[in-house]
Design a protein around this ligand. Structure first.
Ligand code: OOB
Length: 542
């Protein structure tokens, strides 16, 4: 069993098992069971039109699992996975589970700074990458990683492996392998983060299988579902809410889109008769515009899930008429808790709320700054615990003491209001994070990187309103002598290996920061300052 993660207290675990939330099924079995039920059905289709039946996908995973074991990867080993939306991701994901290893899921956009940290914290022994993706050579990053974290023994490459191991060579006759203990950690997900360094989220087989199964039920996924993966496969939303795993569990077909662009996605929706997909609000806005000029036939699409950041009521109301499908708002988090609008909810709830909790066993509290419950219907910070919400980040005891209450509630950092129907309205944020169209940026993490610049004396990163992204990042700098301009700062951060989505969209130079009465940087004041400035310049939302 993996150490360094926080299990549920035994009485609660017992309750979740007794009440049927946890079924004792290892995660990889969802593919096995669908393959046994319907071996000849199409499980997976890629953008190039390659197709794999359930039997083929299941066998490929078995063969790769045997290849991984032969290489010495298995039994609780952590493997950092950074693959784009290709069949390689799907096969490797199940192969790792079957080999007994733990996938650590990172986004294709992550760079050296994030990957080195994740490999260190997880104690990874391997790193799986594409050769080239989006003009970036991941093998160069792999070389840097191996220098920084010598424990990473293997680099597994989809494509041209250079001096490393090709994923295609991890192919061996299937061997019988022991099934995982369903109470153990199945995968490590990456958190959006509010601290200096990204945190890892342990998800067990029991909890993640439940997450997938209950989500698939709420979304009505079945054997006729054709799900388009538009967001990165490694994102919890596209992976498990119900996402690609929910589709495979239901015996449907997963279609992989290389990008969320209307060109790619619409063509695949038409070609494969896609029925459901999940996007973040900026993509939804883009699609709503694109239907005006793109010719594609989207009539097969019956469900558009939107989440990751708040979808405005105005675009929400346009989804059904423009795309001819049901809108579902999803307010979720890699840490666990998922809220969905139900498919038969009245329009005002679908348009005006971010859904209600997935599980009857989800426990929610809405509290004020003293952790006291606010009166029903009032705004406060959302705390939660339940059968698929983590009890602690991986190897982060100090952070956990702040991120959780003593009785195990996770502090989401989201400000919400609960309606009498149980639906939540997300009203803001109590955490020091910027939500850039669904991409999460920890202000502290970015500030630490910026502070390494010789021209910067102090830095404070805040969100600024933006019509399409919801918000973008603004870095306020107090210069040492000469503060870097936005482009220079971006180049500096890129050189440090910071992912592109974290680069500040704007830089503002000030002589000193406004302070609160206790002497902390007053970020609310800075947020108001930049919002006012944008308004004066005639840009920005709100
Ligand atoms: C999803 O997961 P993460 O881990 O990238 O981010 C979680 C955070 C939430 O705590 C909240 O601050 C924000 O993203 N968020 C939303 C939202 N959905 C997520 N804020 C407002 N409205 C929404 N609908 O983003 C995620 C995971 C699974 C499913 C969907 C989204």
């Amino acid at each position: 069993m993996l150490d360094g993660w926080v299990p549920w207290p035994e009485p609660l675990a017992e309750k979740y098992r007794a009440e049927g939330y946890w079924e004792g099924r290892p995660l990889d079995r969802l593919l096995r069971e669908s393959a046994e039920r319907a071996p000849r059905r199409t499980a997976l289709v890629d953008a190039g039109g390659n197709r794999w039946t359930y039997a083929e996908l299941d066998l490929r995973a078995d063969r790769m699992a045997a290849g991984l074991r032969r290489l010495g990867i298995g039994d609780g080993d952590r493997v950092v996975v950074q693959l784009p939306n290709t069949d390689a991701f799907v096969v490797l994901f199940f192969a790792l589970l079957r080999a007994g290893a733990i996938p650590v899921l990172t986004l294709p956009a992550h760079r050296e700074s994030e990957i080195v940290h994740v490999a260190e914290v997880s104690g990874a022994m391997a790193y799986a990458i594409p050769d080239l993706h989006d003009g970036f050579d991941h093998r160069v990053l792999a070389r840097a990683l191996r220098k920084a974290v010598p424990g990473v023994e293997h680099v597994l490459v989809a494509g041209d492996a250079a001096e490393f191991t090709a994923l295609a060579d991890l192919d061996a006759a299937p061997v019988p392998l022991p099934e995982a203990d369903p109470g153990d950690v199945a995968v490590l997900l990456l958190s959006g983060g509010t601290t200096g360094k990204p945190k890892l989220i342990p998800r067990t087989h029991d909890d993640y299988v439940y997450n997938v199964r209950a989500s698939a039920e709420v979304c009505g996924f079945d054997g006729d579902t054709v799900y388009l993966v538009v967001l990165p496969t490694a994102h919890n939303f596209a992976l498990a809410c119900p996402g690609l795993l929910g589709t495979l569990m239901a015996g449907g077909t997963v279609v992989l889109s290389p990008t969320p662009s209307p060109e790619d996605a619409f063509a695949l929706i038409e070609r494969e008769r896609v029925t459901a997909t999940a996007v973040v609000p900026p993509i939804a806005l883009l699609w709503l515009d694109a239907v005006e000029w793109e010719e594609a036939d989207l009539s097969s699409l019956s469900l558009l899930q939107v989440g990751g950041s708040k979808l405005g009521a105005e675009p929400a109301a346009r989804v059904e008429p423009a795309l001819g499908c049901t809108l579902q708002q999803v307010f979720g988090m890699a840490e666990g808790l998922l809220n969905y609008t139900w498919l038969d909810d009245p329009p005002e709830l679908v348009i005006g709320t971010q859904g209600r909790p997935l599980s009857p066993a989800d426990e929610l509290r809405v509290v004020d700054e003293d952790d006291d419950d606010v009166p029903p219907g009032e705004r406060g910070e959302l705390l939660t615990r339940g059968p698929y919400t983590l009890r602690g980040y991986y190897r982060a005891p100090e952070h956990n003491s702040r991120a959780f209450t003593t009785d195990g509630y996770y502090r989401t950092g989201d400000l919400v209001r609960v309606l009498p129907s149980g639906h939540l309205v997300v009203e803001g944020r109590a955490k020091d994070q910027i939500n850039r169209g669904g991409d999460k940026i920890s202000a502290e993490e970015l500030e630490n990187h910026i502070l390494a610049h010789p021209g910067v004396h102090d830095a404070a990163v805040v969100g600024m309103p933006d019509e399409t992204m919801g918000e973008r990042t603004c870095a306020y700098l107090v210069p040492r002598e000469q503060a870097p301009a936005q482009q220079e700062l971006a180049a500096f951060l890129t050189e440090r290996g910071v992912a592109a989505y974290k680069l500040p969209d704007r830089v503002e130079v000030v002589e000193a920061f406004p302070r609160t009465s206790v002497g902390k940087i007053d970020k609310k004041a800075l947020g108001r300052l930049i919002a006012d400035r944008l308004r004066a310049e005639g840009i920005g939302g709100n």
